[in-house]
Design a protein around this ligand. Sequence first.
Ligand code: CDM
Ligand code: ATP
Length: 286
Amino acid sequence: MSSQDPGFAPAKVNLYLRVTGRRADGFHLLDSLAVFAGVGDRVSALRSRRLILALDGPEAGELAAEADNLVLRAARALAAAAGCPPGAMLRLEKRLPVASGIGGGSADAAAALRVLAGLWGVQADLGAIAATLGADVPVCVAGRPARMQGVGEVLSPVPTLPHCGFLLANPRLPLATPAVFRARSGGFSEPASFPAGWADAEALAEWLRPLGNDLQAAAISLCPEVAEVLAAISTQSACLLARMSGSGATCFGLFPSPAEAEAAAAALPAGWWRWGGGLGVPADQP
Ligand SMILES: C[C@](O)(CO)[C@H](O)COP(=O)(O)OP(=O)(O)OC[C@H]1O[C@@H](n2ccc(N)nc2=O)[C@H](O)[C@@H]1O
Ligand SMILES: Nc1ncnc2c1ncn2[C@@H]1O[C@H](COP(=O)(O)OP(=O)(O)OP(=O)(O)O)[C@@H](O)[C@H]1O
């Protein structure tokens, strides 16, 4: 992701995820460290009188260009906030698996807000619009590693992450986020306590290890293949930590370097969606 490419919609990875409470409306209070991988979808837009969405890319088959696509919902929300007509010919190149816990739809919505704000020349509070579109959309608009609290909309900065690599793997089985929250049992967790920084990937893994993902057991109860993915990642050489992201089924592995993560991803079953590499570049850095 770079300032030259506001349309890049990177995968969001929850390095830990704690469910700390539940609101009266049923939404859960969370505490999570979200980072962005160097793999993602891409949103682009051309001027048009009507609002049109075209889908392509290797994962596009799983999605219909219907009115409830998050890219179209983002366009309508931005136009409403800006008081302008929502005209654009949008293209979504889908590379992230749908309903997989890495916030693909949320990243697409965030990218659409950035791209259309530029196309329409709109100055708007994209974070506030994002919060109306989904719990993961605000952090995707921020586009940099952040701590997520509240239901996902309360963002705070985190220490600079050390040089490290990430592997992402999904067994090609969609998991619906509401079903995973419903399947969760047990009480609530305490929020994490952050250090001033991490010397290296090993130190980050050590800190993350006890924090867990409070949705992982529920996801495994609905989709036992998640346990297979975790086992396959954790047995890769140099893997420091294997854990599920978000509500699953995508799991990540933390590695000392992007090259080691890339090699480990290539060794996983070819039938899975898999990727290995480094973190994405924050939105406002070249
Ligand atoms: C699990 C995470 O991926 C962690 O980053 C996110 O919290 C999910 O974010 P999201 O997919 O953008 O979620 P939304 O589309 O806003 O909500 C989908 C559904 O998940 C449940 N949900 C979501 C977020 C949240 N904090 N509490 C919830 O209980 C609700 O049933 C909600 O109806
Ligand atoms: N552009 C989009 N990309 C993916 N899903 C979309 C999109 N627009 C709408 N959706 C719908 O949103 C649902 C969630 O998809 P998404 O891929 O964002 O899930 P996720 O990766 O589990 O998200 P999160 O990690 O935020 O919970 C899907 O079931 C899909 O029907």
